[in-house]
Design a protein around this ligand. Sequence first.
Ligand code: SF4
Ligand code: MG
Length: 319
Amino acid sequence: EVILEGQGLTRRYTTDTGRVLTACRNVDITLSVGETLGIVGESGCGKSTLLRLLTRLEKPDEGKLLFRGKDVTGLKGEALRRDRRHIQMVFQDPAAAFFPRMKAGEAIIEPLLNFNRLSRQQRLKRQEELLELVQLPKDYAGRYPHSMSGGQRQRLGIARALALDPEILICDEATAALDVSVQKRIIDLLMELQRRRRLGIIFVSHDLALVQSIAHRVMVMYLGGVVECLPGEQVWERACHPYSRALINSVFTVDMDFTKPITLLEGDIPSPLDMPQGCAFHVRCPQRMEQCRQVAPPFYQIAPHHRVACHLFAHQKKG
Ligand code: SF4
Ligand code: MG
């Protein structure tokens, strides 16, 4: 049961000097009810632009966005505002979204007040419900977020995102600023909320080890495009795009398999302004071939839920 679908999403920006930067290139994405989709890539890979397209903070130059099968790409004004409540974001630093003089209880129900008039009693009730959902004591409603720990503030960020009963939660590096033990508790909370509310979660991170451990499916992005998409549990063994392999080898240092060659990435990430011809990864790819410099690879379907954009798999079926 697909809730959100992006087809061929493309977004370009023109710089002051008139150069064109393609921040998001022909991205296909689907999210089902109750599913966690992980999106992983280094900074500058287009994750943030993709999120702005999915949350309709920006419109794609090309491509479409469907919510429950309905085309929402061109929604404007009131229709857009109403529709947006279904997709909410959790940020790396939720405190930045809270006004310093606003108590936690008010901060978490604030998004709701844009839509509904609530009596004082209804407000208090909703505050309590939301605090309970994120496993914070009721009396935290009267505290100031900046007096809380990072983990508690992130719980408030999640509570605030849930205030409008969204169907989709987008977590953008939501645990990146937290200690590992706190991070784990926040992830457990998200997974618990997902089970109880059948939330679709898009979990965006540069941390492949984390993403593959929680996501049903993982999308690997490089320079604005998707290079590989596969089930989370298969990432370690089956990911085969040279960029994915390089990420894995740089991540899994502890129990690394030393029978496989260790690939270190050569070179810097090219600027999206100087997009290489052919495969976007060819400048750094240890396995590049002659054609990689000229021809952008299409997707090949190498297993039922596994697609990879790389010429090394040209013997497989396109798809
Ligand atoms: Fe490397 Fe070529 Fe595959 Fe690109 S298409 S990842 S350059 S082998
Ligand atoms: Mg970013």
